[in-house]
Ligand binder design. Structure first.
Ligand code: NCD
Length: 359
């Protein structure tokens, strides 16, 4: 059984295969219509979503599969205290594949562990959003042919933005040169920087303002301030609107740069850029459908693109409790702590659920 909890669950080869299938599905949709007939996708959305849920439903229905699920957790047994493990055991009997979104980091890993059908992480707290990163890479490759060698700037709330975390790790894997652009206090968290260094030998340039680096960037990936995740001691007013990409800033950018954003935008990406040919964010949200079609078909084994064994990772039981208060292990008490030791440096150990570094 293969799941997609983080992009570490797929090899680069598998990702490239999924992209090839997505291209075929995008250009000749009717060829693949029917391959999910009589299959069901469960969409378990414990947190708000527009694009992710709708594009997954669109993807499944374009393959002639069916969907069931919820977008309002207050109407589910979670409100009565049901655990993720029990929900997983139950949904396994109702559907053939699950996509879920939840506010706890590591929640998708729990669902995957207790389910007998593939589980896709549609966003877990401020941890990861692997299918967004797949869509992002695919969009870059369609415009620029490859990611290798591009200078990719990731801008905005990099501390709490799960799309930014998965995207920077994915771009590093495919050979981008990274620049992290974030206001003070919202920089990329240590667990992501450590993975970039240990697994991909990348130490991104870190700056506070996009104007410092705009002329060097091939890709400018903007993220909103994750206001719903800010701890009470961070003053949202002080950081809100502290970064803005607009026509004046883009005057100094490369003529063939790409402007990206996982959306929704709030006030960090000016509407005046929508007609700029460099704007790629609506294309990015459109590409979510063929990429998710290809992913569903691959994880369900309907297209033999995914190998039977996931890439190897060094994961073991741990006696140490994760210190991240938003980690699923601090909410669901039946879970056993597990840690991952990175390749390359035996001294670096992280929580296997939420990625936080363990001391
Ligand atoms: C992102 C998310 O939910 O993490 N949205 C999305 O899925 N495109 C980004 C965000 O909410 O800022």
């Amino acid at each position: 059984m293969r799941h997609l909890v983080t992009l570490d669950d797929l090899s680069n080869f598998e990702i490239e295969q999924i992209f090839r299938l997505a291209e075929g599905m995008q250009s000749q949709q009717e060829t693949w219509a029917g391959i999910c007939r009589s299959k069901l996708l469960a969409t378990l959305f414990y947190e708000p979503s527009t694009r992710t849920r709708l594009s997954f439903e669109s993807a499944m229905e374009r393959l002639n599969g069916g969907t069931l699920g919820f977008a309002d957790p207050s109407s589910t047994s979670m409100a009565k205290g049901e655990t993720l493990a029990d929900t997983a055991r139950m949904v396994t009997n109702y559907a053939d594949i699950i996509v879920m979104r939840h506010s706890w980091a590591g929640s998708a890993r729990v669902m995957a562990h207790y389910s007998n059908i593939p589980v896709i992480n549609g966003g877990d707290g401020s941890h990861a959003h692997p299918t967004q990163a797949l869509t992002d890479l695919y969009t870059i490759i369609r415009r620029k042919s490859q990611v290798q060698g591009l200078t990719v700037g990731i801008c905005g709330d990099l501390r709490y933005g799960r799309a930014a975390h998965s995207f920077t790790l994915a771009a590093a894997r495919f050979g981008a040169n990274l620049v992290h652009i974030a206001p003070h206090g919202l920089q990329m968290p240590p667990w992501v920087l450590t993975r970039l260094a240990e697994n991909h030998k990348q130490t991104p340039l870190e700056v506070e303002n996009v104007t410092e680096v705009i002329e060097t960037l091939d890709v400018i990936y903007v993220n909103r301030l994750q206001e719903e995740r800010l701890p009470p001691n961070v003053d949202a007013k002080a950081v809100r609107g502290s970064y803005l990409l607009n026509a004046a800033v883009m005057k100094n950018a490369k003529p063939d740069a790409m402007i990206m954003h996982p959306l929704p935008r709030v006030n960090e990406l000016a509407y005046e850029l929508d007609d700029d040919p460099r704007a790629a964010y609506f294309e990015q949200s459109a590409n979510a459908v063929p990429v998710r079609m290809a992913l569903i078909a691959s994880l369900m084994g309907l297209e033999q693109l995914i190998l039977t064994q996931p890439p190897t990772r060094n994961i073991s039981e741990s006696t140490e409790q994760c210190e991240n208060p938003n980690c699923v292990t601090n909410h669901e008490t039946y879970l056993t702590s597990e840690c991952e030791t990175f390749n390359g440096d035996a001294g670096v150990v992280a929580c296997a659920y939420c990625g936080s570094l363990l001391s």
